[in-house]
Design a protein around this ligand. Structure first.
Ligand code: PEP
Length: 251
């Protein structure tokens, strides 16, 4: 049995004071929900303040990115050693980073290996564009991203990773994939690929989230799909109703 997992990706929202005030507001409600793992992923600057508020709760903290080197001349970057101790999770390969900041499959693979080396759980994002979706290329593209992301990992390393399938056309658009569509792609293009790479036992242990315009109103549909184990949530994680969303995912 995989424990459901919902993570909020705050993107470039909430400076440290606002972030701390927000988690003070939502932590009691989130902490009272059983049977689900929960994380919030603030911008780097807000991570220490959020981690301090959430100390002693069951709510995890994640980063939205990191570099794969431990330190050195990498202007503007944040290393896994800097996140260690503050974060349990790190989102890697989000489509916004791939599209706007030139992240490649190869770089994402290096980041996953670095995260694992420093005991951070990677939330590995994959997902196709609208053009790829309309051209019928979703399965081949997403399968390729999964293969590239997990290349060279041992089974025990793969088993602790989380995958977020996020069709790019559904992110921040209000146009979510149907639960059936998402469940089918996750099964055929994520879970089955992981079965091929690592065997059934490992693949069945890996948690796979759906992401893309998830709200408290539609999360239950996604959770009803056998291969969907939770959600990576953008916009709806910035409001106190995130508590309702997580509660609906936990049922
Ligand atoms: C995301 O940024 O990962 C995301 C899924 O955003 P939204 O929920 O706003 O579509």
């Amino acid at each position: 049995m995989r424990t459901p997992f919902v993570a909020g990706n705050w993107k470039m929202n909430k400076a440290p004071d606002a972030a701390a005030a927000f988690v003070r507001e939502i932590a009691p409600g989130l902490n009272a929900i059983d049977g689900i793992d929960i994380a919030v992923c603030p911008p780097f600057l807000a991570i220490p303040a959020v981690a301090q508020v959430l100390g002693g709760t069951t709510i995890g903290v994640g980063a939205q990115n990191m570099y794969y080197e431990a330190g050195g001349a990498y202007t503007g970057e944040i290393s896994p050693t800097m996140l260690q101790g503050l974060c349990r999770y790190v989102i890697l390969g989000h489509s916004e980073r791939r599209a706007l900041f030139g992240e490649t499959d190869e770089g994402v693979n290096k980041k996953i290996k670095a995260a694992l080396e420093y005991n951070l759980t990677p939330i590995v994002c994959v997902g196709e564009s609208l053009a790829q979706n309309e051209a019928g290329e979703t399965q081949s593209f997403v399968s390729g991203q999964v293969r590239a992301a997990f290349a060279g990992l041992d089974s025990w390393q793969a088993a602790v990773c989380v995958v977020a399938y996020e069709p790019i056309w559904a992110i921040g658009t209000g146009r979510s994939a149907t639960a059936q569509q998402a469940g089918e792609i996750i099964r055929t293009s994520v879970r089955d690929v992981l079965v091929n790479m690592f065997g059934n036992d490992t693949a069945q242990a890996i948690r796979i989230q759906y992401g893309g315009s998830v709200t408290e109103g539609n999360i239950a549909d996604y959770m009803g799909q056998p291969d969907i184990d939770g959600a990576l949530v953008g916009g709806a994680s910035l409001k106190a109703s995130f508590i309702d969303l997580v509660r609906a995912a936990a049922i």
